[in-house]
Design a protein around this ligand. Sequence first.
Ligand code: GDP
Ligand code: IMO
Ligand code: MG
Length: 424
Amino acid sequence: MAVDVLVGTQWGDEGKGKLIDVLTRDVDMVVRFQGGNNAGHTVEIGDNKYVLHLIPSGIFRKGVDCIIGNGVVVDPIGLMGEMTALAEQGFDMSQIQLSSNAHLVFAYHKEFDAFSESRLAEGKKIGTTKRGIGPTYADKAYRSGIRAGELCDLESLEEMFRTQLAKYNEIFTAAGMDALDPDEKWLELEKAAKYLAPFVTDTVQSVNSAIKAGKKILCEGAQATLLDIDHGTYPFVTSSSTVSGGACSGAGIAPRNIGTVWGVMKAYCTRVGEGPFPTELNDAMGEMLRKDGGEYGATTGRPRRCGWLDTVAGAFACMINGVDKLAVTKLDVLDGLDEIKLCVAYEIDGKRHDLYPSNTKLLAKAKPVYETMPGWKCSTSNAKSLDDLPENARKYLARVSELVNAEIGVVSVGPRRDQTFEVK
Ligand code: GDP
Ligand code: IMO
Ligand code: MG
């Protein structure tokens, strides 16, 4: 099996970027298959910290092909900015290929994203990243989107862009907002189009040729299972298929070519943006997790909401992704705790639920049923194997694995590449 898929099992920011970078040691191609620059994937190499939004996290490994697949929504100006910044630091942009079928995010999508959010009442807001992701996927479904292939035909791109912009401007002006200046926005776009055009290609053929040639391919999920448009906490979700199955349609990979599915799971939970979060801690413990875990959004800088690990949601995520191997991250953040809680069931309207409810309103009422485990009160950040971990940390991992019904394949105990070890 040639193609492995790595996805987030919670609400994002599990450490997917770090894991992709580590696993890419022996991979030929990394493929992003959904989402856009709402993602913020951090990779730390030595003293350098990089945050990637659209560029696959394989870019730091020489010779690894980095594919931005058809299921991704691409802000051309954002991508050009990301590419030029990395090129200046000596990374090879010729590793990147951009699918001609990926939909483009424009200024009017971002404006509309912010506008839609501003119109929602408190409690109804989604808390989007305001990167125009929802409106772009909506245009795609509505068949009024513009795809990356058009970057290679400036005349056609300009005509389509100006037509769409005029439509959005009608909405903005009717709402009493300023219209976007078509000439100014076109000039910005034209510059990005000229820069990106040489990278546009048929990535479905690239990926499938690589499969045929027996190359090792890794798909990089963005966002995470509980933000999935179908399976997440709708409407407090993103607008794409974030689960492992999304890799098939978002990159053009036949299901039979999928090999190992990696699920990345933080040793506790975080969420950025609105929506239900049963184990959220609005107290000193939550504050401590935020501080010790550095839980601030890599894209928006917003403080992330923090709480205990929810294994009910975790088991659901492992089930629908078909997780073969779990990568448990940020175990080190729990190092100082006397005791650690694990959510093992919910209580909803006085009744115990062992399974994750698909109804968001029910989930919003869920009270966590906790199991308490003793902490280990020592540093794990230099551990190089399971044997190096204190016994209570090993017990915690074993219990998590049992509750979510997935084997642990990797443990991460710090942000650096060398703070990761395999579990055989
Ligand atoms: P992603 O969106 O899933 O790629 O995750 P983010 O990059 O948004 O957030 C993960 C954060 O945790 C980043 O700042 C990483 O550098 C950091 N990180 C990743 N793994 C670990 C770990 O095992 N321990 C600690 N302390 N930090 C980690
Ligand atoms: P990575 O890949 C965490 C959240 C937003 C909001 C919801 C919808 O770094 O894990 P959107 O802008 O997508 O329409 O926002 O999804 N969200 C993320 N949360 N990590 C992400 O990406 C996210 N991308 C979007 O905060 O709640
Ligand atoms: Mg992130």
